[in-house]
Design a binder for this molecule. Structure first.
Ligand SMILES: [Mg+2]
Length: 254
């Protein structure tokens, strides 16, 4: 859990965020559950022509101050968003592509291969579990079989302790990752350089892993939007689902 006092966003359902002030704002957007509905498997999320067009327009309108912060790899983000956004932090910040297109990343922990094998064996014995090896992290998805949550958390915590890895809990997924930057750290790195430096950061996301970035955005003078049902969050505003996010972004790009 996060080491902060979380409060429910003060804005009730239907009361969305204000429109970002274009000349001053920078947009930081999560992908799954924020720009795209959550699907049964990660591979089921595909490109969408209207969304791609909208993102390209946002990049233009905000003078390049748009970044994607996702748990997916950069390659996966590019597949789904058709390369519309250059500034991308992948695998929750373990890899990052700057606005100039330079890619950096932390070295993958060698223990992850063993962890992936162990999780594959574990998943084979249970219905509806899916292992996703992202290189710098390995995710175990239990969306197709939510009752497996306890067992997944248990094996995840034990593997993290044995191999000195970080465990990250998300919506219907646990992830064993190489220790390194989280989404908040990525947001900070983007904000330290052009074209983001000096702008007001606005972070939009749905998951627990986005809370780090919500706090960082606020610490840097910005604000955040939680996507989904009300829950304790560091975000100031809330939108109910990805469709509402896209409608809000359409207005911001108009
Ligand atoms: Mg998400």
């Amino acid at each position: 859990m996060l080491d902060i006092n979380l409060e429910c966003p003060p804005h009730g359902k239907g009361e969305g965020p204000p429109l970002p002030h274009r000349p001053q704002s920078a947009l930081f957007l999560d992908l799954d559950g924020t720009l795209a509905p959550i699907e049964a498997t990660p591979g089921a999320v595909g490109p969408d022509r209207d969304r791609t067009r909208l993102l390209r327009r946002l990049v233009e309108r905000f003078n390049g101050r748009v970044a994607i912060l996702s748990g997916r790899s950069i390659a996966e983000v590019d597949r789904i968003l058709q390369g519309a956004v250059v500034s991308v932090a992948g695998v929750h910040g373990l890899e990052r592509r700057s606005s100039r297109g330079d890619v950096t990343g932390v070295q993958s922990d060698p223990a992850l291969e063993r962890v992936a094998e162990t999780l594959e064996c574990f998943a084979k014995g249970q219905r509806g579990l899916l292992v996703e090896n992202k290189g710098r992290s390995v995710a175990l998805h239990y969306r197709a079989h939510p009752p497996a949550e306890e067992a997944c958390l248990d094996i995840g915590r034990r593997l993290a302790a044995v191999h000195g890895l970080q465990i990250q809990e998300g919506r219907m997924v646990i992830e064993l990752r190489t220790p390194g930057p989280d989404k908040g750290g990525s947001l900070e790195l983007f904000m330290a350089a052009k074209p983001f430096a000096g702008a007001i950061p606005i972070m939009v996301g749905d998951d627990l892993t986005d809370e780090h970035a919500f706090r960082t955005a606020e610490a840097l003078g910005g604000w955040s939007v939680l996507v989904g049902d009300p829950r304790p969050s560091a975000a100031l505003y809330r939108l109910p689902d990805p469709a509402a996010v896209l409608a809000w972004l359409e207005q911001a790009a108009a």
